[in-house]
Write a protein that binds this ligand. Structure first.
Ligand SMILES: Nc1nc2c(ncn2[C@@H]2O[C@H](COP(=O)(O)OP(=O)(O)OP(=O)(O)O)[C@@H](O)[C@H]2O)c(=O)[nH]1
Length: 545
């Protein structure tokens, strides 16, 4: 089978050319015949054949020409039709996409022909407004959907929009008896004369957002009311910048007004001693949602004075953004009470020196420390000599003054790290710690301190007689001290705190018996020495081997 040559258009043009050529040949033959017959002046009837040929040729050519022109126009029209169909499909596709997008966004659109008072919502717009799909409504119809309390506002907003060219507003509508919040936003178009002719806008159902916003507003209002009334100080800060302070916080920090606190950072209110720990807590709060455990801290008021507080923080959302709520309780009174209880439990009320209980505790600590360091300590037991006559002659009040003065003198004789305790009555105990790892040096040091104490205590006491009729009246009293000293190492770990006190007490009695105002070393000090060397040599050999 032979293949056709060329495209259909080429073939059609070829056939047309052939027909034109044949028509021209026929018409030409007719014309030639006519000319020849005219020359030979033949009969009138003889013209019929050539004329027929001429007309036939011309008519055929003309018909082919017209037919081709028509076919071209039809082809063009067909092409345009196909193009239009493509556009229509694209439009349909875009409309479908737009509708789906509006559906997802819960947002519709609408167009309004203002002079005709005709509003055409999109399918999603109809759904939001509770209208059948494809509805056209008048402005008055729309007002009928609007909640009656919002109707006047909508009317006046539309009036303004006609002048301004844009609008953006929220109001309530009723859809099947249910209240919905909608937001309209749109633009108007004007004709050259200034008359608004059309408007295009979007409508969005914002009921859910509105309810959430209202719930948030209500909970924030509740939160504010609660913290306004709470007796604890409350600060809300974001990255330490104070955003809110309740009246109790103003009072606690001595702020004259809210503004003076809002200018501050929480770090401005933390005492330098607690800055690091509080910063760490704040950083942890930023990443951890759980409220922090209460912690004691020192804060500073705006006038710079310190306050003891208990702080507790928790991460919150404030004005829609992450922040930290800090609750601050003033614990100054509690601290004072705690201090008072501690003083009563561990300190002598008259001299403010540690009492027997605290002494025992510190002595045990010293024994343990010596055990670790392998060094020596010393315990001195003191009893005032000739104290009773002062009491008996001038009364206990004056005796108390002497005891207080004796306490001060004792403290002045020792280092900060040492302990001076009142054991009871006119008895005192001095604990010297971390003397030396050498027995001789430690004993010497203890003896030096004991001598210093003996000298200080023996100095006369000038005491006011507390006579209201003569306040300047004073009495001079001489009252020495008998001192028993026990040097201990505790390396042997055999001696307890009670043992050491007992041995020092015995040495003190020895000093009393030997005539008072003197120093005696406990004979157990030597035993301790032997134990010490035994223990240390054992320790060294076991470490080696
Ligand atoms: N003012 C006052 N006296 C007290 C206190 N506690 C005990 N005393 C008195 O202290 C005295 C202690 O008695 P002693 O140690 O025997 O009296 P002393 O005159 O020092 O006798 P020697 O120690 O033997 O020298 C007693 O009179 C107690 O009443 C106190 O808190 N205040």
């Amino acid at each position: 089978m032979s293949k056709p040559v060329g495209t259909p258009v080429d073939r059609e043009a070829g056939w047309a050319l052939l027909v034109y050529a044949m028509a021209a040949l026929v018409a030409g033959s007719g014309l030639v015949l006519m000319l020849l017959q005219a020359r030979t002046a033949s009969a009138r009837l003889d013209f019929l054949a050539p004329v027929t040929l001429l007309v036939l040729g011309l008519t055929t050519g003309l018909m082919v020409f017209i037919s081709r022109a028509n076919r071209r126009q039809i082809a063009q029209l067909n092409a345009m039709g196909e193009e239009l169909a493509d556009y229509a499909a694209l439009l349909e596709q875009n409309t479908d996409l737009l509708e789906r997008a509006q559906n997802v966004a819960n947002m519709g659109s609408w167009a309004s022909d203002i002079p005709a008072d005709d509003i055409t919502p999109s399918p999603q717009g109809c759904k939001i407004l509770g209208l059948p799909a494809g509805s056209h409504i008048r402005f008055e119809d729309y007002l009928g959907l609007v909640h009656e309390e919002d109707r006047a506002d909508v009317k006046s907003a539309w009036k303004d929009a006609l002048k301004q060219g844009t609008f953006d507003g929220e109001h309530r509508i009723l859809v099947n008896g249910q209240q919905h919040w909608v937001r309209h936003k749109g633009e108007l178009e004007y004709e050259p004369g200034g008359q608004a002719v059309s408007a295009l806008g979007i409508v969005q159902d914002i009921t859910e957002q509105k309810h959430m916003r209202m719930a948030l507003k209500n909970s924030e209002a509740r939160y504010r009311t609660l913290i306004e009334w709470t007796p604890d100080a409350v600060l809300v800060h974001r990255h330490t910048q104070i955003m809110y302070a309740n009246p109790a916080a103003l009072k606690l920090f001595g702020a004259p007004d809210l503004y003076s606190l809002l200018r501050k950072h929480t770090t401005d209110l933390i005492h330098p001693v607690d800055m690091d720990s509080q910063r760490t807590r704040m950083l942890r709060l930023g990443s951890d949602e759980a409220p922090s455990t209460p912690a004691e801290a020192r804060c500073i008021k705006l006038d710079g004075s310190p306050i003891d507080v208990e702080v507790r923080g928790t991460a919150i959302e404030f004005d829609g953004e992450p922040a930290v709520h800090v609750s601050i309780r003033d614990i100054t009174q509690r601290k004072l009470l705690e201090h008072e209880i501690r003083q009563l439990a561990f300190y002598d009320t008259l001299t403010q020196l540690p009492n027997r209980r605290l002494l025992d505790d510190r002595l045990s600590q010293a024994i343990n420390a010596n055990r670790r360091s392998g060094g020596f300590g010393a315990l001195m037991f003191l009893d005032l000599d000739n104290f009773k006559p002062l009491n008996d002659t001038y009364g206990h009040g004056v005796g108390d003054l002497l005891l207080k003065e004796a306490a001060q003198r004792l403290k002045a004789c020792v280092r900060e790290m040492d302990t001076v305790a009142r054991f009871g009555g006119d008895e005192f105990v001095v604990l010297l710690t971390e003397l030396d790892t050498d027995w001789q040096k430690s004993r010497q040091f203890a003896e030096t301190v004991a001598l210093k104490i003996k000298t200080a205590m023996a100095k006369p006491y000038s005491l006011p007689l507390q006579d209201p009729s003569n306040p300047a009246l004073r009495v001079e009293h001489r009252c020495t001290a008998s001192i028993g000293v026990m040097v201990f190492s505790s390396a042997s770990s055999r001696a307890s705190a009670q043992d050491l006190t007992k041995w020092a007490d015995a040495a003190m009695y020895q000093a009393k018996n030997e005539g008072r105002n003197r120093i005696c070393f406990s004979e157990h000090s030597a035993t301790e020495l032997v134990d010490h060397y035994f223990f240390n040599s054992y320790k060294t050999s076991s470490e080696k081997g």
